[in-house]
Design a protein around this ligand. Structure first.
Ligand code: NAD
Ligand code: IPM
Ligand code: MN
Length: 368
């Protein structure tokens, strides 16, 4: 049987830097655990635009469709801000999500004990935190029509459309309930049903899926603005949060700070199960290309490495190895190894991106 395949798309800015550390980790699992992957690499975002004039070449799209898992670093950067909207780096990522139909975006926010003191919130509020945001990823205002910039009554008008079909809400709701069953059995659905018809439909459909298929899961509904406030007031009230594409984008950056840094938050974007029982899948950190620190070896690679741990768990049935990797990260943090974004007010000497990767590999070695 052939090895499972991974397509690596490092992208732009700190993307290639953090992905460099993931490549070391993949090699470690091959050398030390006999988990061998067929790894190939290609371009996405600005890096693809520079070579192909588009942020995702059709051949790359085809490779992504065929891969067992795609790992993506980050896309975008100031150099590309002037480009026409249709070829901006971010369009490449959105095309991958849409064409692979990756409707369920899992963004877990876990506070490692060693970082509980470091969050901008009080230790009590974040210690032991473990929540999962499920963000709808292929619809909503990101993709709704009509959209564009039009002339109207002698001035320009910018239009985007929030649009959800029942089946789009149903499938992401199911994904949230399924996750909750394996966690603390609680789902909170967030929308703005008080002001948006799409929110009314969202709430009704989530409730129906619950009543018909998951009556034993505890379900609550919350307006997304209150949800944002509750996330910083007392985040431990949540287990699984399910929400739309735009609210999920914003709420997950917010949740990132509960863990200490945006450089800590991984994600898995999953489609429906294929014939082999596995979902199409793309794994990427929640953070972007961080132009302010790119090229300086300062980026925290943990979000990207934790995204690979999610790949081990969700695409390759290697839950134990995923746990091994997560525990190695926990140990390194407990030992006080910190990239610059994790330095508290007391200061100290941060390690570089590769210093963090090396420390995690040493902890993996020690786990054998
Ligand atoms: P960003 O996430 O790139 O950076 C926000 C802040 O967090 C910056 O101060 C950055 O230095 C810091 N940060 C982010 N990741 C870090 C890491 N791993 N280690 C240490 N610090 C880290 O968001 P932005 O500045 O708003 O966007 C920059 C570019 O990235 C834009 O072009 C945006 O469109 C793109 N972007 C891409 C993705 C993606 O590829 N999935 C996600 C978000 C933003
Ligand atoms: C994210 C990013 C993307 C989004 C951009 C880069 C398209 O912010 O993955 O969180 O808005 O979904
Ligand atoms: Mn985002």
């Amino acid at each position: 049987m052939s090895n499972p395949s991974i397509l690596i798309l490092p992208g732009d800015g700190i993307g290639p830097e953090v992905m460099g550390e993931v490549k070391k980790i993949i090699s470690w699992f091959g050398d030390k655990r006999g988990l061998t992957f067929d790894v190939s690499e290609d371009l996405v975002g600005g890096a693809a635009y520079d070579v192909h004039g588009v942020p995702l070449a059709d051949e790359t799209m085809a490779k992504a469709q065929a891969a067992d898992a795609v790992l993506l670093g980050a896309v975008g950067g100031p150099k590309y801000d002037v480009l026409d909207f249709s070829v901006k780096p971010e369009r490449g990522l959105l095309r991958l999500r849409k064409e692979m139909d990756l409707f369920s975006n899992l963004r877990p926010a876990q506070c490692f004990d060693a970082l509980a003191d470091f969050s901008s919130l009080k230790k009590d509020v974040v210690a032991g935190l473990d929540i999962m945001i499920v963000r709808e990823l292929t619809s909503g205002v990101y993709f709704g029509e009509p959209r564009g910039i039009f002339e109207e009554n002698g001035e320009r008008v910018g239009i985007n459309t929030q649009r959800y079909t029942e089946s789009e809400v149903e499938r992401v709701a199911r994904s949230a309930f399924e996750l909750a069953k394996r966690r603390r059995n609680k789902v909170c659905s967030m929308e703005k049903a008080n002001v948006m018809e799409s929110g009314i439909l969202w709430r009704e459909v989530v409730q129906r899926v619950h009543d018909e298929e998951y009556p034993d899961v505890e379900l609550s509904h919350m307006y997304a603005d209150n949800g944002a406030m509750q996330l910083v007031r007392w985040p431990k009230q949540f287990d699984v949060i399910v929400t739309d594409n735009l609210f999920g984008d914003i709420l997950s950056d917010c949740a990132a700070m509960l863990t200490g840094s945006l450089g800590m938050l991984p994600s898995a974007s999953l489609g429906a199960p294929m014939e082999n029982g596995r979902p199409k899948a793309l794994y990427e950190p929640v953070h972007g290309s961080a132009p302010d620190i790119a090229g300086q070896g300062k980026a925290n690679p943990i979000a990207c490495i934790l995204s690979f741990a999610m790949a081990l768990r969700y695409s390759f049935d290697q839950g134990d190895e995923a746990t091994r990797l997560e525990q190695a990260i926990e140990k390194v943090l407990a030992d006080g190894v910190r990239t610059a974004d994790l330095m508290g007010p007391e200061g100290g000497t941060p390690v570089s991106t590769s210093g963090m990767g090396d420390a995690i590999i040493a902890a993996l070695d020690a786990s054998l």
